[in-house]
Ligand binder design. Sequence first.
Ligand code: FA5
Length: 345
Amino acid sequence: MNDLELLVQSATEAFVAAATPADLENAKARFLGKSGSLTELLKGMGALSVEDKKTRGAAINQAKQQVEAALTARRQALADDELALQLRAESLDVSLPGRRRGEGGLHPVSLTLERMEAIFGSMGFAVADGPEIETDWFNFTALNTPEDHPARSMHDTFYVEGGNLLRTHTSPMQVRYAVQHVKQHAEAVGRGERIPEIRVIAPGRTYRVDSDATHSPMFHQCEGLWIGEAVSFTDLKAVFADFFRNFFETDDLDIRFRPSFFPFTEPSAEVDIAFASGPLKGRWLEVGGSGQVHPNVVRNFGLDPEKYIGFAFGLGPDRLTMLRYGVNDLRLFYEGDLRFLSQFQ
Ligand code: FA5
């Protein structure tokens, strides 16, 4: 290998060894700079003959071109590396899934309430809503509940300032709705004429000082009221039969009335149901209270109990939800645990 070939080789190696553009510029200076090896060789040509100058000059020029080509290649390689690094640092993974908005759904008890409204609605029941903070009159007195009834005690009822209370049942809606209905037909009532039947349900939240696996301090009830001139217990039983069979989507279901007591109905009955098949087969399950509306309450509606008669009922939608989905602890509905609640979507 002659001196020029050696020089090209060591320049190429020096360039390849340069790890940064600054290193590369230093290496370039060593070969191509003002006092670099190649420049020195060119300077030394002055002493040569014309003939030698020609051949030596051409050889040096060729070596210089090779060194410059090696330099350009290394510059390009370093620039490519830097670009690759930058691209990697600034890269955006467009295949990452986007942040989706969580999908909401109805609470299982709300699903039950919607179902109840649809089924009773198909039987001609209107749907009414009313206040959860009630007066003593609507919650107790108008419903024929005596002063010393245990439901009125502080142990059972949440009282708020000013003597009002959180309603302990949806029954006050019987009076609120009926009074409004009678007011709407006041002229006909005054003339002693027949007024349209009252047929309504009033689902909503209710409150009691209660807490265990089947009782919650806040729970739901669905009141029902049907008042006319000849509405009887037979109608009540038919309404329940239709409702429960639709609600539980089975005809294999028995209903029984168990004699009971409520101040606002006479006679009164607890409503029990029993499934003929499934995991609850043969067990009687209490689902609500009912009865023929007491004459004193009919009077508080503004109607003559000699002419108007009918029934009322109060069902427990939380209880119905537990039975429908096979949940054994009511408190699960109110703990806000999405792992539990999202199962019902
Ligand atoms: C009443 O509240 C009456 N107002 C029902 C009624 C209406 C009778 C109209 C006659 C005519 P009772 O206290 O039994 O009745 O409650 C009715 C239903 O509410 C119960 O069967 C039960 O399913 C539900 N319930 C009562 N307390 C709770 C509670 N703390 N947690 C969950 N559900 C409850």
